[in-house]
Each structure stands twice: as structure tokens, then as C-alpha cells.
Write a protein that binds this ligand. Sequence first.
Ligand code: C5P
Length: 465
Amino acid sequence: MSLGEDVRFAAHEIMEQEEVTIISHIDADGIAGEAILAQALSRAEIKTHSVFVRQLEPLTMHLVPQDDTFKLFCDLGAGQQNLLEERGLPEDNVLIVDHHVSQPCEMEYRQVNCLPYGHTKMSAAGVAYFIAKEMDSGNVDLSKIAVVGNVGDMMAREDCGLTGPAREIALEGRDHGCIDIRARDLNAYGTSTRPLHICLAYSDDPLIPGISNNINGARQFLRKLGIPLQAEGGRWRVWEELDADEKRRVTSALVQQLIACGEPVDRLFSETYLFPDEFVRTPVRNAQEFATLLNACGRWSQPRVGGAICRGDRLSAYREAEHMLANHRAVIRELLQYILDTGVAELSHVQYIHVGRKFPDTIVGIGAGMALSKLNIHKPIMIMVEQPEDPVFTKVSMRTTERVIAKGIDLQQALTVASAEVGGAGGGHKIAAGAFIPRESEEVFINRVNELLAGQSAQPGQGHC
Ligand code: C5P
């Protein structure tokens, strides 16, 4: 079998259905994947209903309806097939669209999963797009949302741009006219909405001495180059609106700065994905910021608002999402500060912190990833938080870096094994994984994860997944 054959099978199977329930994840990829599938289905006049879950866990399984509708799992399911079986879902009534590592299960549900075919840098929204395109080639417009899902799930991060089938989707979108691909653009977050000096100062990949984490330094750097920071009327300018000559002056000065400090320059540039049909200086103008907007909706329990934005709402849902985005950023900043102020405990192969019930379980993973660049980036970070519905359980999020996984670290493997041993469950990717565990096992669990990571670092790594 090939991914293409699985996609054809899935499209055919879906087209046979009268009524489908889509069960999707609350992050940017899950919201994007649901929007793609639901739109493709409704265009094919198939009745569709969607359910969002923060994760498939025993505590959330009651949200999966036990009715006769065909169940389409998106961005989850591969690693939780045992839970689907326990819920009594028949094999021929389920299809999993995923990019996570599968866990063995007595009942093997049908899947379209890019991972077993070696496509490690494609998200569930990407897989969903291929199915939608197979259902009807007119669904090519959904490539825009697929690119948002891919970029939101960090599929462009390691290579400074999308690769493989995920890039093919971007090219299809470009040919359709809904995506503008910018080669060798600035590799920084917030190029459409952040004031230029803030955009540079908040950028830490690559770390630019004197500019990264230094707003005054970034402001002075731009002033010396004669780049006006403000437009007429005093509004802050953003990277996207600089003209070609201004962009060239900034990037060549950044290159010089990096070279002068003996730092590599390769990560200064990235391929980026802009949406020409969106207003300039809005968070839906580029794939990265669009994905953050979706994450803000999902992590604050409003994934349907994100879904409405994917479907084109730029009025009430969009305004609601903008409020959530501001709140999302404020709470993540607060979490980051809390981690830095409180400090992390360190074992030989992991650094960790328990935040109790101070922060929502849905955002601690994002905070963990951001905190890492300000802590010891060579050691994976684990954040534990009380599970909101049932404090008998603890939610665990882990993050690490590309460099560390290249040395053999696999967070998904460590969390899957260690959580199963204490009666919990976990999954995800080598670089970002999560789990839930009984609260009473926290200490045993941390020590076991440390031991597993120590074992992995003795083995050579095999790259991303
Ligand atoms: O929740 P968090 O953002 O830390 O999740 C990181 C990754 O781990 C995601 O891909 C998520 O789907 C996965 N995960 C999982 N099982 C869990 C928690 C998270 O597979 N119980």
C-alpha cells in the first residue's frame, strides 16, 4: 500500500456515508483538519457533525457518540485505538486520519497515516487535504487551511520551510492563487502583525546577539540602518510591509551581525506562506500567525470559533478569536515568567516543573516549548499540571529541540512507555509529547522518564517524527 492508495480508499469510503461524526483535536492542526474534512463532506452533501476533544483519554471518551454515524477521527486516534475499542466502536465504522505514532491494539482500525510511509513532516490537516482533493479536485482551495495546519504543527520548523507532500500542498495552493510562497523570507514569528523591532527581538531561531531578547538593541539596530519604525500617523511598521530594498538591508546586516559573532547564518532565512486574499497586518495573513489564532481558540475551549475562521468568517468569530489571542498570549507570557521565576528541578536527563492548577492543561505544552529556549536547551523539559475535571490525574507535556532528537531522544516513546507503566497513557512525537498519569505516580513517573531518556541518549538518533 502507499499513502496515495490509502487516500483513495478513504475518499471512496467517506463518499459512501450518509452521516459522519468528525472527532478532532483542539489544536491548530486538529481545527484545520476538521475544517477541511467537514467542508469537503458538506460539499459532497454528506451530513456532518463535529466533536472536539483536547485529547482522546478515558476522561474525554464520553464525548465520542455511540451512535450509528461513521466516525472520522482527525489528528488523534492512531495512538488510542484501545480506547476506541473499549468504547465499542465497530471496525468498519471508523476511519483515522492522523500523523501520530500508532499504538498496537487487538482491533486494528483503518487509518490514513502519513507516518508509516516515512512522511514525518506532514500534519493531519495535510492528510485531510489529500482526502478532500481525492473526493473532489475542486477542493484545492482548502490547501490554504492545510498549510496552516502543517505550519501550526511545526512541520516547517526544522527545514525552514515545508518539505515533501506538505510542500506539494503549498505549491497546489500557489497554482490555485490562494497561497503566496516567499522564498528566503525572514525566519521570524509575527512578520504580519508584530512591530518590526519586537518581531526581531522576540525571535530566537537563530539567536542574534544584541537583538534577540533585547527590544532596545533591536530598535537601535534598525535605526542605525535608517529603517523607519513607524508609518505615517505613528503606527508601527511590520516586516511584511518593508520594501525589497529595506528587507535586503536588514537581512544583510543581520547576516553580518551573526558572522561577526561566529554564529551560523543558515537559519536566518525561511520559506514562508502568505495568503494574498487576506488583509495585510492581520493574524490570518500568514500561515504561522493564522495557526496561533486557531491555537488560541482551541486551547481556550472555542475550537468552533477557529473552525468558523477556517471557513472564512472574518466578522463575529474573527473578532472573538482576536480577544482570545490577546488572552492566550498574556497567559503564556505569565506561564513563561512563572517557570523562569520558580525555576525547574533537574535530573540527569530531564528538567521539570509542576504548576499545580495555576494554568490550563491545554497551554502548558506551548509554555514548555517557549521556556526551553531560556533554560537548558540540551535537556528536555517536562511540565505537569492538574487535570481540570479530575485532580486524581496529572497532565504531562514535554518538549525538546531538533538537536536533542538528533542525538536519539524520543519523547513520544519515553512518555508512552512510562505512562503505560503507571496506568496512564501518552503519545505524540519525538520532539513534543504528552501524557496523563495518576497523580500518586508522579515521582515514580519522572524518574522512569529520566531513566528512559538516559537509555535513549546512549543510542544514535534517526531524525524527526
Ligand atoms: O498537550 P501537548 O501540547 O503537550 O501535546 C503534545 C503532543 O502529544 C500532541 O501531538 C498531542 O497530540 C500528543 N499527546 C498524546 N497523548 C496525550 C497528550 C498529548 O498523544 N495524552
